[in-house]
Design a protein around this ligand. Structure first.
Ligand SMILES: *Cc1c(COP(=O)(O)O)cnc(C)c1O
Length: 288
């Protein structure tokens, strides 16, 4: 828990902390560690020795799943969005291969079917011994690990903060936070992220939690993994001032949004905010 003090927090009169989940593990970092914990325990308990999962060519989830699988001595299979990745690579995919993950580049059309029951049945037929983890590790098993983050934070602070702030991709982490019954500011990383509201509440399995969910969809900077000079300038200034690295896909956008809200007087004086550094720094290098 790292307190962040600067002109913005002082003017807003808030106590801002950054929960440094980026430091949780060198290769299974941030929210992916939290999300995978109970998924992997479930897989092991059910006797599986192979993990099969999905992601883009720079996916933090694929990276974490490859690393965690190797650490646990499990075989890993990654389905990568885009058939060009049968041959083409990225630093993320190089790492996954080095950890022993078997990668398949699949067409964008096929990738769209990744959550349909029919496709999953087909996949189970082809890989009968694999435990299938959805994209981003977003399943009900991801929630208890994220809930532990909330309990840990409350123990560290000695009280409940007024808000948690988090970046949302699939919304699994946001859903996990909500199940701890605390107010959450979620900043969507993709354009048109309004649909996430329903998905998050369904995953959290409670529509009653709606009042605690504050979803901000306007800080996407052009869309998923896109960035603008304004975003990069904000990140550079933040990084220099606080000596903490961010990345442009999630944490940079979330903190940009949170700082914007502080500047606009969204919070009351004396409130305590905990922003979660969800990690993902492995994907930083191709922008900076
Ligand atoms: C995957 C990821 C997210 C998004 O998490 P969801 O549970 O998919 O919403 C946020 N930040 C980082 C760094 C990530 O890697």
């Amino acid at each position: 828990m790292q307190p962040l003090v600067d002109l913005t927090t002082q003017r807003a009169g808030v106590n801002l902390y950054l929960k440094r989940d980026d430091l949780i593990h060198p290769t299974v970092s941030g929210n992916k560690w939290r999300k995978l914990k109970y998924i992997l325990l479930d897989a092991r308990q059910k006797g599986y020795n192979t993990l099969l999962t999905f992601g883009g060519a720079r996916s933090n989830h694929l990276y974490a799943a490859a690393a965690a699988g190797a650490l646990l001595g499990m075989r890993t299979i990654g389905f990568v969005r885009g058939e060009e990745y049968l041959e083409k690579s990225t630093e993320t995919l190089d790492f996954c291969r080095a950890e022993g993950m078997q990668l398949y580049g699949i067409s964008r059309e096929k990738y769209k079917q990744r959550n349909t029951p029919r496709y999953l049945e087909e996949l189970k037929g082809t890989f009968p011994t694999a435990y299938i983890i959805p994209e981003g590790g977003t399943t009900p098993f991801a929630l208890p690990g994220v809930r532990e983050l909330v309990m840990e934070t409350e123990t560290q602070l000695g009280f409940k903060p007024d808000y948690f702030a988090v970046a949302a991709g699939t919304g699994g982490t946001t859903a996990g936070l909500l199940t701890a019954k605390i107010p959450v500011l979620a900043f969507t990383a993709l354009k048109g992220g309004g649909f996430l509201k329903q998905e998050i509440l369904e995953l959290a399995d409670s529509l009653e939690l709606e009042n605690n969910l504050h979803l901000f969809t306007d800080y996407h900077f052009g869309g998923y993994a896109r960035h603008t000079p304004e975003l990069l300038a904000f990140m550079e200034e933040f990084e220099l001032r606080h000596q903490i690295l961010l990345e442009h896909v999630y944490t940079g956008k979330m903190l940009y949004g949170l700082y914007d809200l502080m500047n606009k007087g969204y919070f009351q004086k004396g409130e305590t905010l905990v922003a979660i550094h969800t990690g993902g720094l492995q994907g930083r290098s191709h922008v900076f």
